[in-house]
Write a protein that binds this ligand. Structure first.
Ligand code: BG6
Length: 479
């Protein structure tokens, strides 16, 4: 039973699960699909865990009917998926590929038949390689027009059948990893280029939201932001300052622009001193201000704790743990500003991600206080090793514990007064984790797919699937 002091979740709450095209579809070169930046990047030796690719992924492209059937049986209310731009426009623009439209049209129809609300993400990181080659992708302002035209095509095709839309997935992550850490395509390490490419992405995001108002006037749209609320390590004012600037530079830099069309002032000043602020052209401010979202999409996995980081000898970019070997990640930061540090109050996963359900409540409350926007929790979940026991049983109690505690945090946040539209577990089926292969599993449904060898890709319901079914059925009364 829900705790008597907690407010019940609203009727019509979107109990969901999520995925992204590159991580599930496979069929990377079928039915006229063009090549994306990820199709190319994964072929560079050493870039992904054991050289894994999404060539086959979990073959959702061919098995989507079976997957939707599993969603229906679970009682899912919403399914968030992304469209691969290269299926619609193989070269990023020009002639529409009818086969691409057909695939998503069928998927949407199948979902609606099963009473599942489709939540369509326009961009989940797989950029047409043709646009990268032609003008450097996000580094050129041309991307604003091309991304808008691609999005308008989807609005026209699906606007009458899809009510909820996500514009950009985790703009902060794809730009940081792509242009600052060189861990994602295009593999660049350059602060100035990072902030400029990111500015273009913000403009493209605003432009698409503007076009949405004309084409899907009854729909709802917002970006999905990867928000990791910042905590100071101690009450030492130096740590407080470190956490505050981390919150500004890692989060407000994006969320302020989405909600208000303005960059945060203190962070702007700091970047101006480093000579890395983006070039703002005439009309940019108006475009940003006009592209306000209907909701803030929140992808929440963990909080981050910070302490001061000296200018001389401080830490910078660091290695990530992509192997599942606990303790192999290193603290990262910006010299002279902040660095991450372990939080002794929190447990960590095998990939060194903090487990912090209160952090979700904190994130939700901060968004409510600062932006006063409803929130769609567009991702939350646990990446762990799963073991298939004899008889096809996967007892992922650790995942149930994780999700249960986060659902409780949602109930607390609703009680606090935050308006929450829905909750999408990452992920519905197991899928390819960009840099971590298939062994870092998130799904409610296990997929027999691994880094090496050929596998039958069969689907098995995990214990968490059955548990979530009851959560949905009771609208969160029983967790
Ligand atoms: C989010 C992404 O950053 O986190 C997903 O939107 C991703 O695409 C998820 O898979 C989990 O991250 P990872 O690195 O563990 O796969």
């Amino acid at each position: 039973m829900i705790h008597p002091t907690l407010a019940p979740l609203p009727k019509g709450f979107l109990w969901g699960a999520a995925s992204a095209a590159y991580q599930v579809e496979g069929a990377w070169n079928e039915d006229g699909k063009g090549v994306s930046n990820w199709d190319k990047f994964v072929r560079i030796p050493g870039k992904t865990f054991k050289g894994t690719t999404g060539d086959i992924a979990v073959d959702h492209y061919h098995r989507y009917r079976e997957d939707v059937q599993l969603m229906a049986e679970l009682g899912l209310k919403a399914y968030r998926f992304s469209v691969a731009w290269t299926r619609i426009f193989p070269d990023g623009r020009g002639k529409v590929n009818p086969k691409g439209i057909e695939f998503y049209s069928n998927l949407i129809d199948e979902l609606r038949k099963a009473g599942i609300e489709p939540i369509l993400t326009l961009y989940h990181w797989d950029l047409p390689q043709a646009l990268q080659d032609e003008y450097g992708g996000w580094e050129s302002r041309q991307i604003i027009e091309d991304f808008t035209n691609y999005s308008i095509e989807l609005f026209k095709q699906f606007g009458s059948r899809v009510k909820y839309w996500v514009s950009l997935n985790e703009q902060n992550i794809f730009t940081m990893l792509g242009y600052r850490a060189a861990a994602h395509p295009p593999g660049v390490k350059d602060e100035k280029r990072f902030y400029q490419a990111n500015h273009h992405a913000s403009l493209a995001n605003a432009s698409v939201i503007g076009a949405f108002r004309t084409h899907v006037p009854d729909g709802k749209i917002g970006p999905s932001f990867a928000y990791s609320p910042a905590y100071p390590l101690t009450a030492n004012p130096e740590d407080i300052l470190a956490a505050e600037i981390a919150e500004e530079l890692n989060s407000h830099w994006w969320m302020d622009v989405y909600a208000w069309g303005k960059y945060p002032k203190v962070a702007w000043k700091a970047l101006e001193r480093k000579r890395v602020v983006p070039i703002i052209e005439e009309g940019d401010a108006q475009l940003l201000e006009a592209g306000r979202p209907d909701f803030m999409g929140l992808n929440y996995y963990q909080s981050s704790t910070y302490e001061k980081n000296p200018l001389e000898g401080g830490v910078g970019q660091a290695e990530m743990n992509t192997t599942g070997k606990k303790g192999s990640s290193k603290d990262a930061g910006i010299q002279g500003m902040f660095k991450t540090v372990a939080n002794s109050y929190l447990e960590r996963t095998n990939w060194d991600w903090n487990i912090d359900p209160d952090g979700l409540r904190i994130a939700l409350r901060r968004i409510e206080s600062r932006y006063k926007l409803p929130v769609l929790i567009s991702e939350n979940g646990l990446g762990e090793f799963d073991e298939e026991k004899e008889g096809g049983i996967i007892e992922d109690d650790y995942r149930i514990d994780y999700i249960r505690s986060h659902v409780k945090a949602i109930q607390e946040a609703v009680t606090d007064g935050v308006k929450i539209l829905g909750y999408c577990i990452w992920s519905f089926t197991d899928l390819l984790s960009w840099l971590n292969g298939f062994q870092k599993r998130y799904g409610l449904v296990y997929v027999n797919q691994h880094e090496e060898g050929e596998h039958d890709l069969s689907r098995i319901k995990k214990k968490s699937y059955y548990w979530y079914k009851n959560v949905i059925h009771t609208n969160g009364e029983e967790i």
